[in-house]
Design a protein around this ligand. Sequence first.
Ligand SMILES: *[C@@H]1O[C@H](CO)[C@@H](O)[C@H](O)[C@H]1NC(C)=O
Ligand SMILES: *[C@@H]1O[C@H](CO)[C@@H](O)[C@H](O)[C@H]1NC(C)=O
Ligand SMILES: *[C@@H]1O[C@H](CO)[C@@H](O)[C@H](O)[C@H]1NC(C)=O
Ligand SMILES: *[C@@H]1O[C@H](CO)[C@@H](O)[C@H](O)[C@H]1NC(C)=O
Ligand SMILES: *[C@@H]1O[C@H](CO)[C@@H](O)[C@H](O)[C@H]1NC(C)=O
Length: 662
Amino acid sequence: CSTVHNTMCPLVGTLLLILSGLLNAFPPGVRASWRAAQGVNLRAKLPSDEPTAFEPGDAAPAFRVKLLDGDFAFPPQTGPGGPVVVHAFTNKSAFLEALWCSDQSLADLLETLPDTARVLFLSLDDSAPADAAWMRGQLHRVASGSGKEVFSRLHFSPVPVHALGNWVPRVLYSWGCTGHNCGLAQAVFTSPAWDIPLVAKRLNARYDWLYGHWEQKPYRLTDAGDGCRPGASAEGRVAWISEGGCSFFTKVKNMADSKAAGVLVYALLGNPVQDMNCVGEECYTALNIPAAMVHLEASVHNALLAGLPVNVSFQTTPSPNVFFAIDQQGALSEMGWFLYPSFKFVTWQAEWLNFREGLQERLRSPALVVPVFERVKMQGENGSWAAVALPSDVLDYNVMELDASLSCPGPRDETCAHWDHTVQLFVCCDHFGPYCNMELGRWITAFRRGIGRWVTDVSPLLPLLNNERCAFTMKTAPWAMPWTVSLNLRFSHSSRNSDELYPFKVTTLFGGGVFDKDYNKRFKAINFSVPVSTKQVELYAVITGHGSDENGCGEFCVTSHHFLVNKKFNNTRIFDSAGTAFGCTLHVGEGAVPNEHGTWLYGRGGWCDGLQVNPWRTDITSQVDMRGSNTVLYFGLYDGRDPNPSSNPGYIIMYSYLVFYK
Ligand SMILES: *[C@@H]1O[C@H](CO)[C@@H](O)[C@H](O)[C@H]1NC(C)=O
Ligand SMILES: *[C@@H]1O[C@H](CO)[C@@H](O)[C@H](O)[C@H]1NC(C)=O
Ligand SMILES: *[C@@H]1O[C@H](CO)[C@@H](O)[C@H](O)[C@H]1NC(C)=O
Ligand SMILES: *[C@@H]1O[C@H](CO)[C@@H](O)[C@H](O)[C@H]1NC(C)=O
Ligand SMILES: *[C@@H]1O[C@H](CO)[C@@H](O)[C@H](O)[C@H]1NC(C)=O
């Protein structure tokens, strides 16, 4: 705790306990990951004592880099230290070429980069002086002289990465990358007419558009003109097609119809490669064929024109990493996976670093902290389990928060679980009463990212902790790869004077179920009366939609959920961003983990990947008869009607409660 930058001090105490008790039981690799994922600067050292390897979470030593004009210094000499993104360009990557040639991508950087963030642009190649000037020129061109202050935070270095003389290359080289547009995707052309194969950079079509994959084998290549008319026979071959004349979709669909094995679209001379994707209505047609964009290779083209056989195969050559970040505390961090060539992924990671900085601030506010899980493994049907002795005065508080984090077996994102799954936290304090195994919290895991940490306000559920000893179970799908969970309960007093209410009773209402035509038939109205001395009655529900029928229900369809109080008051929650292309990117600033390995961007039925599910709370005091009897009935609709899927119905996970405050 000796440096100003070290904000993890409150954690160090617990950490040392864990370390002293457990560290020696693990091999060195595991130890490193424990430290790294905990985010503690155990390795913070003087520059002269620079570490020989870096992992996410390690402290970034100070460094300077020469720029086209002036110097870049970390840490900054003046002003607050926002997040720093370091990018290493290479034109050997078609992905990076497209990232830097799309006006939309460039405009997104200028318009959406958080105003605390700085970006350092480097080049991996000897052409660094030209690359730096070109990158700056690309951005200036798009900014079109509109005097953007953002340029004061964008820094272009003419020094190639291999000549930097500092630790930055070590991070780029040792973090390396393959998969999801990291590494160098290439097409390898061979022909009996040539001595050596021709290796060309390629950019695969958008990951969520086409379902085909390149196999590890040579394909015969055949010229198919511009691919705009059906009929050209490319059966069993990879079609060599020129850009232009019709949409990428039309070309790829025509080739799929003629049973081609794959499609290579070449950019017309002087044009950059682009992100091939469907547009609008086109996207409703699924195409099961791989496709990629390359440059026009004269020798390939000429060989095909001359009728010589040309084969093509596909490979990815690992490369140094091309992005990393330094957070506000000076710790190194990964940038996640770039699903397509857009600088929005830089913005999202910077937004998330800002969120995390705010979270650290929030965690420094006073609270009674009760640890439940401290870096325990969660896997299998039992998940992780702990019996916890609660301080006797927890019911005197009126704020209860769940501080949960999910990290991975190793320090890098690549070690994380591949799929997104629901995580539920159950509590049982009265083993025989009605409060056993109630859901206290819900999260959805991120696709292959281990940075998630979330604080969820679950104050209304305080009455569930009605015993000094409670059992907590946190679990996900039993077949999911393991996660490492940490969970603290945080008890405090509401800081709002008007909010002196204390929840004292919780009753359960409705659960979800299979979202089919009988969904609503299963719910019967519940009668309730309000306990004496109640000041406020609240409806509390945690609802998420999952599965996929022909309408995408319940994950990707718009469902609405209604709690009808006293046959009159229709309390409604609508998941209207479900199925939208960018619905979940809007929640990065609230902690949704960005830049995941899968389709995290799409809006979903009441949830996002890598985020807690926020409880829906509605004050219904004015809707109830405080002395007499009341009724409440739940129903869930798709498109304003009872669901009626023809097959594969989805399902709703719901825990709902009435909460009484005094
Ligand atoms: C990148 O490579 C493409 C062809 O491979 C070329 O046309 C383009 O000029 C290059 N861009 C830069 C900035 O070097
Ligand atoms: C070219 O590809 C064809 C078809 O995939 C294959 O039969 C042939 O062996 C390949 N030739 C070379 C030289 O790789
Ligand atoms: C889960 O817990 C039950 C009951 O304690 C036990 O019998 C079972 O073996 C456990 N399953 C696993 C996979 O650990
Ligand atoms: C709820 O109250 C109504 C009217 O008082 C009564 O008819 C009904 O049977 C009650 N339902 C239940 C489930 O107790
Ligand atoms: C409640 O509101 C929804 C739309 O907001 C509507 O579809 C539904 O019919 C309403 N139900 C009642 C009983 O008023």
